[in-house]
Design a protein. Sequence first.
Lengths: 259, 157
Amino acid sequence: MALLRYLRYSVQDFIETFGASQLFLARLLAYSPRTLVRPRLVIHQIYSVGAGAVVLIAFSGFFVGLVMALQSYQSLSKFGATGEVGTLLALALFRELGPVITALLFVGRSGTQLASEIGLMRATDQISGMQMMAVDPIRRIIVPRFLAGAISLPLLAMIFSAIGILGGYILVVPYLGVDPGAFWGQMRANVALVNDILNGFFKAIIFGGVVTMIALFEGYNAWPTAEGVGRATTRTVVISSITIFALDYILTAFMYRGI
Amino acid sequence: MKQTRAVEFGTGLFILFGILALFFLATQTTNFQYVSGNAYQVTAVFQNIGGLKVRAPVSMAGVKIGRVTAIDLDPQRLEAVVTISIDQKYDKLPKDTAASILTAGLLGEQYVGLSPGASSEYLQDGDRIQFTQSAIILEHLIGQFVAGMGSSGSSEK
């Protein structure tokens, strides 16, 4: 009996939280165009959320490119198809690894930063203070951060993919002896601008918006205690990671239906 | 003030870097210049196109000069009509050029190979290629081979 009641409450809680987050998202989207007209606040947030993550993304992309190139080289060399390394690397990075790994790193680096920042604002009554002064905290602090996340993540994903390919090139062409012409030529013959690169870009925009929204929602609704801020940060990472993988499958299934 | 300038500089640098990365990927890893540029269209009718797909390359003497832009079935003759888009650079192809569907390697992709004729007239936009050779289908070949073995075996008796 107690188990049933617990189950009922947790399902009810989940649906309530989900509904609240969707209303939160709707408010963010409604305020976004007006905030873009005055971009100063957004620029500051892009700096702290996006530009601050470039070094992390660049290093990760470089090593992911190296390891992907090494592994695919070893398998492809059995068939004498080492020229295909470039194609494999590019398609994997553009379609899946670029957006997904970048989004996961972004959650760890910037999502947690946002959740704890907003959660601490809540805990130290800064948000109530703003409301007291008739400043809408959603418009003043939440929407600029949301836009910054949605703008930064696709750019970071492109940097990740570009550096990953350069990393793979640096390993495979001089050290493993793959022909540079085959590396770029095969890649060019098999990578499509719209289908691969722009779809990946679009994916990253969606991931950026969703992940940032989750972090802001958790921070905004955190319990106003030290423990509450910690819980909000943890929930941000857990919920965002699950959402990224689930959403990635759904988006991939839609984007590559005909191929 | 100095702080703000640094923030704006960093943000600008980051966005520039991101767009540069997108530009690098779009120009260096795709063949998008092939889609743009001037091209003219010719059609070719094949009895069987095998596994030819839209966007497959079209080459002459091994050089890629265009791509397949559309594949349709002629409703009356029940043959495949393949529309080919050829780079305007190569506008001096003889009118009696032949088209055949070939396979790159043993298991590779199928493409359209053009072999030049001897006519002094040139192919123009909207023309139809007269001489075509269908795709070689491995199953048909094996079928013929098996049938040939069977008949030669029986004739020896």
